[in-house]
Ligand binder design. Sequence first.
Ligand SMILES: Cc1cc2nc3c(=O)[nH]c(=O)nc-3n(C[C@H](O)[C@H](O)[C@H](O)COP(=O)(O)OP(=O)(O)OC[C@H]3O[C@@H](n4cnc5c(N)ncnc54)[C@H](O)[C@@H]3O)c2cc1C
Length: 305
Amino acid sequence: MISVRSLLSEHFPSDVEIMQLSELTTWRTGGPAVSVTVTSSGMLADLLGLTFGEGIPWFILGQGSNVLASDTGCEEVIIRLSGNLAKTFWRPLENSWILKSGGGVHLPSLSGAACSRGASGLEFAIGIPGTVGGAVFMNAGAYGSAVSDRLKRVSVLDFRGSEDIIDRDECCFGYRFSRFQDEKSVITGVEMLLEFDDPDVLRSEGKRILDLRRKKFPLQYPNAGSVFRKPEKSVSPGKLIEDAGLKGRRAGGAMVSEKHANFIINTGDATSADIAELIEIVREVVFSFSGILLKEEIRYLGRRN
Ligand SMILES: Cc1cc2nc3c(=O)[nH]c(=O)nc-3n(C[C@H](O)[C@H](O)[C@H](O)COP(=O)(O)OP(=O)(O)OC[C@H]3O[C@@H](n4cnc5c(N)ncnc54)[C@H](O)[C@@H]3O)c2cc1C
């Protein structure tokens, strides 16, 4: 870790630091990692060129709201987007807004800004605590909408640092899926088309959604949203977990939420190992109870504990 840090510091003196992944993930677990904050596409291209040339593994982290990071940290260099890669530009057309957003933009803030501007289509995202890049990677969604719905194109840098612009139709979006999950690239920005609407109507829809989520989800505890994917369109993992009697089940400081069974919460002193153990327990018990094998929606970072 030290030698990678020194090498990166030579090239990016003020942007490299050792961080605890527990500070960078919403589960608030995980050990140390070298982190580089990049503020422009040019800087990112230089970094990716360097990591490619030196054979240094990396992991692009947004808000860490869908990631279980190893307690022992990771050998991957953590890349975080900031500065010019976390900016938005709005341009009005006749009946709609063209929105250009950097991959590092905070999604709930963007959703709130869109509502206030009278740009409709991102209200559903107001409570999804990720970045635009992470949301496109996951094709995050809620209440029947997904990030891909309003997308026109996505800008990426590949693992060598070469730029590409990909039209929506080529992104292979599906349920919590995009082609970027099968590629080693960084989503640096997106272009979206959002229709004009009444800001008051949009703001009140955003508020309705936030109220709904506060009632439904255990937001007072560190968590990573839904842990498991829907096995089929109409089957809810939360219901399967609840029916298997797992609400309140614990492993160390990790617990299956009493409020929403597809959430695993950190009750205060959970480790990633506790969470990983509980994920396996849930999978096994649900399988023996229902014959359905649940798969994770969350992503792993570093060695599996
Ligand atoms: C309280 C709570 C509620 C949630 N509700 C929802 C919900 O309603 N719907 C939903 O879909 N999800 C939900 N989530 C999960 C999560 O917020 C989303 O998946 C979100 O899109 C992840 O974004 P992120 O920036 O945090 O990504 P991270 O968690 O940091 O990363 C997730 C994956 O995306 C990759 N990634 C991140 N940024 C980039 C980038 N710029 N380029 C390429 N790859 C990138 C990472 O490498 C990683 O593999 C919730 C999570 C929490 C904690």
